[in-house]
Write a protein that binds this ligand. Structure first.
Ligand code: COA
Length: 361
């Protein structure tokens, strides 16, 4: 079967990633700072999670402002006019408010004047869900050029008195541009899989303003209300995460008609270094071919994969034609894997500064 530039053919879905960017807040919170807040220590956090520090959004920053900075970096790296973007999807479980969608604020702020925009919430699996949606829109021809953003202010829903969860999360945003594949050029989505198991929803969840609960001082008119707060059974989540990531990654690689040896780089969800190394070991991927930056940012939920992807590109770890494996896992429970043939970022191919490095400074 001949390669197809659209739809789902021998090469997969006729969509490719042509830009990538990221933005993280300036404020760094180290493990030493956490030691002063809860009964924990740097040695325990590093040994059990691999995390050394994370970023915390400033008082005026929100998921839409972080997402806008990441989106602009992605637009810059794709060398495109934002006015040509016709779809903006933001993945977030920490929106600025209950509505409107964070994506609409980003759509306006980046100058995508004629784009439709909506949010996707699949917790830490959000970026993969949003990217899968954009891939379908672009492959079907409904959208020509989509901006997909993963953006989170997890620090706003972390329970800072719970040492079992507060050491894990951080804030940040990453973004990609998705366009149609071009015949004869690298750049396809070779395989994608989304899975979920709602029977395990209570293992990892966050309450919010619509959660029934005991009346609190902030309740209006005597209505029961809860503040947003993450609740997690860490040990069970860990076990589910490794099994799900391994199974889905293997299946996606097989569906792409490849073997693990063909994968140039794996960019997994960055929740915990031990989850990543256990997954890589069972899948048979040496760690030299797995991108890890959880040490610097902790778990930024739906932002981890696009942040890692932007840094992998800036570090020169990706070249056109490379097969890249994304794998994510999160509350839901929900998980996913995707095999991507790397198109190459236009700015890097043209030898121009991508905006990613500038945003890192
Ligand atoms: N500092 C010091 N001690 C801590 C601690 C902290 N921050 N958090 C928990 N502990 C203690 C526990 O209270 C427990 O003490 P006990 O033995 O006296 O009861 C001990 O450390 C071991 O706890 P346990 O929960 O078994 O540790 P663990 O090795 O499973 O590591 C996690 C805990 C949370 C790091 C780990 O389970 C994990 O990463 N799970 C996945 C979480 C995740 O990634 N969620 C997001 C998915 S998208």
């Amino acid at each position: 079967m001949a390669p197809t530039a659209s739809g789902h053919g021998a090469t997969g879905y006729g969509a490719r990633i042509t830009g990538v960017g990221r933005y993280v807040p300036e404020r760094v919170m180290t493990n030493a700072e956490l030691e002063r807040m809860v009964d924990t220590n740097d040695e325990w956090i590093v040994e059990r999670t691999g995390i050394h520090e994370r970023r915390i959004a400033g008082p005026d920053e929100t998921s839409s402002t972080l997402g806008t900075r990441a989106g602009l970096a992605a637009i810059e790296s794709a060398l495109i006019d934002p006015a040509t973007i016709d779809l903006v999807i933001a993945a977030t479980c920490t929106p600025d408010g209950m509505f409107p969608a964070v994506a609409t604020r980003i759509q306006h702020a980046v100058g995508a004047g004629r784009a439709g925009a909506f949010d996707v919430n699949a917790a830490c699996n959000g970026f993969m869900s949003a990217l899968s949606t954009a891939v379908q829109f672009v492959a079907a021809g409904t959208s020509q050029r989509a901006l997909v953003v993963g953006t989170e202010t997890m620090s706003r829903i972390v329970d800072w008195t719970d040492r079992g969860t507060c050491v894990l999360f951080g804030d940040g945003a990453g973004a990609v541009i998705v366009e149609r594949s071009v015949e004869g050029e690298p750049g396809h989505i070779n395989a994608l899989l989304l899975r979920s198991d709602g029977s395990q929803a209570d293992l990892l969840w966050a309450s919010g303003p619509c959660t029934p609960g005991a009346p609190s001082p902030s309740s209006a008119l005597g209505l029961a209300r809860e503040e947003a707060r993450i609740v997690m059974d860490g040990r069970s989540v860990f076990r589910h995460a490794v099994n799900a990531l391994v199974e889905t990654s293997m299946e996606a690689v097989t569906n792409a008609g490849l073997t693990v040896d063909d994968i140039a780089l794996c960019v997994p969800h960055q929740a915990n270094r031990r989850i990543i190394t256990a997954m890589a070991d069972r899948v048979g991927l040496p760690m030299e071919r797995v991108y890890v930056n959880v040490d610097r940012y902790g778990n930024t939920s739906s932002a981890t994969i696009p942040i890692a992807l932007a840094e992998a590109e800036a570090d020169g770890r990706l070249k056109p034609g490379d097969r890249v494996l994304f794998a994510a896992f999160g509350g839901g429970l929900s998980w996913s894997a995707m095999v991507v043939e790397w198109a190459g970022i236009r700015a890097s191919r043209a030898g121009l500064p991508t905006g990613i490095l500038a945003a890192r400074a």
